[in-house]
Design a protein around this ligand. Structure first.
Ligand code: 48F
Length: 270
């Protein structure tokens, strides 16, 4: 078995057209979304999967060329993550095999978790755009967030002066992790903007207290600004709640709650 050069029907332009046309089709199908998810970490991937499974039009925009956020590194580069049993079904639904551990926890392989969770979100119908970052939000006349402003991550890294493009979305899920970038930018740029707490800046996460951080995370997952639902570590960062390190059950449950809150917003129930 092998390739016979003269049997090939394609040439280089077949490759070029295949890449550009298929990307443009998918991209143009994703410029008017129900939910724009910013960041492909565990909370964003979970939220995207659950929203897509409900039939919503969902896209994740991830700055890096790789998905998974903090999953890959596990704890201190040991590629394993620990999950509370309460969140295990959210891993199992994605086909991730879990190893029994102790004290109400299970352990997952970080590589398997990142890849299978993302594959499950894609299979549910979510689009994942890598190498694209969200640098700003779109606002309507009432200063409600109604979309995201995107550019290639490489453009920012190279400090090129290139204007971005805009995508509309009924709701934005801020799942950018520790830096909480979307909340930060909207507070800086929208005149008079403040979070639901009255805060006019991102407080930032507190020092590690894993159990307190996990317990606070679900309550912290909420609509923090009209049209913006915060999930994952960003939810604790806007609330000055503690960080928790490589225990990930809260991230998954936060993604699940963010999907529920976003679903209500999309349906006009809140
Ligand atoms: O940090 P990250 O994994 O977010 P998370 O879902 O999960 C946190 C855990 O990984 C871990 C932890 C567990 O206790 O604390 O840290 O809250 O993933 C965030 C993703 O967002 C991307 C970033 O590259 C990462 O993959 N991201 C951040 N800012 C932007 C962005 C942006 N402006 N545009 C696009 N992607």
């Amino acid at each position: 078995m092998g390739f016979a050069r003269d049997d090939f029907k394609w040439d280089e332009l077949t490759v070029t057209r295949g890449i550009v046309e298929s990307f443009m089709t998918d991209f143009l199908d994703s410029i008017d979304l129900d939910a724009a998810v910013v960041g492909a970490g565990p909370s964003g991937i979970t939220a995207a999967r659950l929203l897509a499974a409900e039939g919503h039009r969902v896209a994740i925009f991830e700055r890096n060329l790789h998905i998974g956020g903090g999953i890959w590194g596990g704890g201190m580069l040991f590629p394993r993550i620990v999950i509370e049993e309460e969140a295990a079904p959210l891993m199992e639904e994605a086909g991730v095999k879990l190893r029994e551990w102790r004290d109400g926890t299970v352990v997952a392989d970080a590589v398997e978790a990142a890849t299978k969770m993302t594959a499950a979100a894609i299979d549910a119908g979510a689009r994942v755009f890598v190498g694209i970052e969200v640098e700003d939000v779109v606002v309507d006349d009432d200063a409600r967030v109604s979309g995201v402003v995107i550019n290639w991550g490489a453009v920012t890294a190279a400090k090129l002066h290139v204007d971005p493009l805009a995508v509309h979305a009924k709701v934005l899920i801020e799942s950018t992790g520790h830096p909480c970038e979307v909340a930060d930018v909207l507070l800086q740029k929208i005149p008079g903007a403040c979070l639901d707490t009255g805060e006019t800046c991102v407080a930032g996460e507190g020092s590690m207290n894993a159990r307190a951080g996990e317990a606070a995370l679900i309550e912290n997952t909420r609509e923090i600004y009209p049209g913006v639902v915060v999930a994952g570590m960003a939810a604790n960062a806007v609330s000055r709640s503690p960080r928790m390190g490589a225990i990930f059950g809260g991230m998954l449950l936060s993604g699940q709650k963010a999907a529920e809150v976003a679903s209500d917003i999309i349906a006009g129930r809140s």
